[in-house]
Write a protein that binds this ligand. Structure first.
Ligand code: SAM
Length: 271
């Protein structure tokens, strides 16, 4: 008897409607090489294998091998990689789409790891609360560092909400299928500075952006006086950013964070 491991996020899909929905929304065809994270008993893997050219599956739990073997006997386009998805070098796997019912405890790091690697399209199952944070609008309570970091790189939309009854064992909370499509809308000149800026800002989401950056001075390895000095000099020379820096952190749009980052990073580089 297979023993479900909560710490590995093992809530397997049992309602096939959501399996079909994920595959359909990912628009899988015989040109696609699909990456799946988390084999489980292979319910999603099988539908992917029927439609895709090739399927790669990352799975950490070797006790699922019996289910893997059943699939491997039936399909010759499935490749199982028994490794931690967070530790694998994704550049060594050739894929263009990602479809997965993600283990929820790795939602954030795996999403950014995938975005770093790049792909055409992903359809991913997240906890609903997490999905709402991904798609949030500025000014809402869900809007945060996660939203800005994601939207700077990709468009995301919720395809459908998924009830706990769609899984076994039943999770306590609702889930959602989310479609993610990377875009090149923004040219972020200094990605590290952008990440530091957004992290520093959202440590004080209800403060003005200027105040938040001063309070989070450690994120830039500077003291408060130095940051204040840099921001004042920046504002003297770039008065058009006054309004953004005076706005509350959670009211500043993704466009504005990118724009600010692209102008402000030079002022920090000199320090
Ligand atoms: N795809 C299956 C389904 O829909 O029924 C399983 C989904 S289940 C939510 C998540 C799967 O990811 C589990 O099989 C679990 O063992 C696996 N997993 C958990 N952490 C992992 C990690 N770090 N790397 C790879 N697989 C992981």
């Amino acid at each position: 008897m297979f023993k479900y491991k909560k710490r590995l996020g093992q809530n397997f899909l049992i309602d096939k409607n959501f399996v079909y929905k994920a595959v359909e929304e990912a628009d899988i065809n015989k040109d696609d090489i699909v990456l799946e994270i988390g084999l489980g008993k292979g319910v999603l893997t099988e539908e992917l294998a029927k439609r895709a050219k090739e399927v790669y599956v990352l799975e950490i739990d070797k006790s699922l091998e019996v289910y893997a073997n059943e699939l491997l006997n039936k399909y010759n386009n499935i490749n199982i990689i028994w490794q931690d998805a967070l530790k694998v070098d994704l550049n060594k796997i050739d894929f263009n789409k990602v479809v997965a019912n993600l283990p929820y405890q790795i939602s954030s790091p795996i999403t950014f790891k995938l975005l770093e690697r790049g792909f055409d399209l992903a359809v991913l199952m997240y906890q609903l609360e997490f999905a709402n944070r991904l798609i949030a609008k500025e000014g809402s309570k869900e809007y945060g560092r996660l939203t800005v970091s994601l939207k700077a790189l990709a468009d995301a939309e919720i395809i459908c909400k998924v009830p706990p009854s769609a899984f076994y064992p039943k999770p306590k909370v609702w889930s959602a299928l989310v479609k993610i499509k990377p875009h090149n809308r923004y040219k972020i000149i200094n990605r590290k500075f952008f990440n530091d800026l957004v992290r520093a800002a959202f440590q004080h989401r209800n403060k003005s952006l200027k105040k938040a950056l001063i309070l989070s001075c450690r994120e830039f390895n500077l003291n408060k006086d130095k940051i204040r000095e840099i921001l004042n000099k920046f504002l003297e020379e770039n008065v058009e950013f006054k309004d953004i820096l005076e706005r509350k952190v959670f009211m500043v749009s993704v466009d504005d964070y990118v724009n600010l980052s692209n102008h402000l990073y030079k002022y920090f580089e000199d320090e």
